[in-house]
Ligand binder design. Structure first.
Ligand code: ZN
Length: 82
């Protein structure tokens, strides 16, 4: 099982740098955005435009994002990321 330190390393793309840390798409190196913690300014992962937008629109709220997952699952929307 992967631990938190390994997950953070993966989110930051320390083992890979060419795809979005959240959805795994390959938008090209120039289209990945370095996400930062809005409070501390610390680097987080490199994300595609869609994932950055989703994060900002959700107000970075785990509660909103978790509710979104339940919402999708309750309406039988498959959660596949290509
Ligand atoms: Zn993405």
């Amino acid at each position: 099982m992967i631990n938190k330190a390994q997950r953070i390393s993966n989110w930051r793309g320390e083992n890979h740098v060419n795809f979005c840390a959240v959805c795994g798409c390959h938008p090209g190196q120039d289209n990945l955005i370095q996400d930062k913690n809005p409070s501390s300014g610390a680097n987080r992962g490199r994300l595609c435009t869609d994932c950055i937008t989703l994060l900002r629109l959700s107000k970075e709220s785990p509660r909103i994002l978790a509710n979104m997952i339940v919402y999708l699952e309750d309406f039988d929307i498959r959660l596949e990321i290509d």
